[in-house]
Design a protein. Structure first.
Length: 229
């Protein structure tokens, strides 16, 4: 796991924002059945699983699941691709996809298909909870940060697609300011805009995302009761 992956898995937010988000989640998930997609090192699971009636932590990285298991109690670990969770339908009150996890669904069709699958896992009153990527990250782009091809003080380089809000992040050892194209094997990430996310939600059968500014999250509810795809 790279240093960037370690940061994203354990501390994707500044501490104050993370604390507010976790406090909100502890309240919302108390006594609830929760699925944590891309659980990473257990930043959320360690705080929320003790108050949930059931907590399922899913990640495709076995090392991340092992670390999550060390800091969490009363959780079920599932090693799987978050796009196709191998779980029974209609059983979850909340599905969480937090940190930068949703950005990994960089292709819009891929994201819609995943959200359609997640929708079937929710019960009639269930919600999908995402980090508020448009509100939290897009202002930095608009203010002139996250420049294409520029290495920052942390030794990271962003390379943006020429025709979309998709990027790759390069570690210091891979930086090449003269190479503006994505390389084979690099992980693209989408910096979701509000409009793109509303469209994906509608296509996947969800109502438009609702902002929860205190927690820095978006809440999505099925537009109609969830049914198998």
């Amino acid at each position: 796991m790279s240093s960037r992956d370690e940061i994203d898995a354990s501390a994707p937010h500044e501490q104050e924002r993370s604390d507010r988000q976790l406090a909100w989640l502890r309240t919302e998930c108390s006594g609830q059945c929760v699925l944590d997609l891309g659980c990473g090192n257990g930043r959320v699971a360690g705080e929320v699983s003790p108050v949930a009636s059931r907590y399922v932590a899913l990640d495709q990285d076995p090392a991340a699941l092992a670390r999550c298991n060390e800091v969490c109690e009363r959780i079920e670990l599932v090693e799987a691709d978050m796009q196709q969770p191998p779980l029974e339908e209609g059983q979850f009150d909340h599905i969480l996809c937090l940190g930068n996890t949703f950005c990994l669904l960089w292709d819009v069709d891929m994201a819609v298909a995943a959200m359609q699958r997640w929708r079937t896992l929710l019960n009639g009153e269930g919600t999908l909870v995402l980090d508020d990527i448009p509100q939290n990250l897009w202002p930095e782009v608009a203010d002139g940060f996250w420049l294409n091809g520029v290495a920052d003080e942390a030794g990271m380089q962003l390379v943006w697609a020429r025709d979309d809000a998709v990027m790759v992040i390069r570690e210091a050892s891979d930086i090449d300011v003269d190479d503006p194209t994505f390389r084979e094997g690099e992980q693209p990430m989408r910096l979701w805009t509000a409009g793109a996310l509303r469209l994906a939600a509608r296509l996947a059968g969800f109502e438009p995302p609702k902002h929860c500014p205190d927690a820095g999250v978006l809440i999505l509810r099925p537009a109609t009761p969830a049914r198998p795809a």
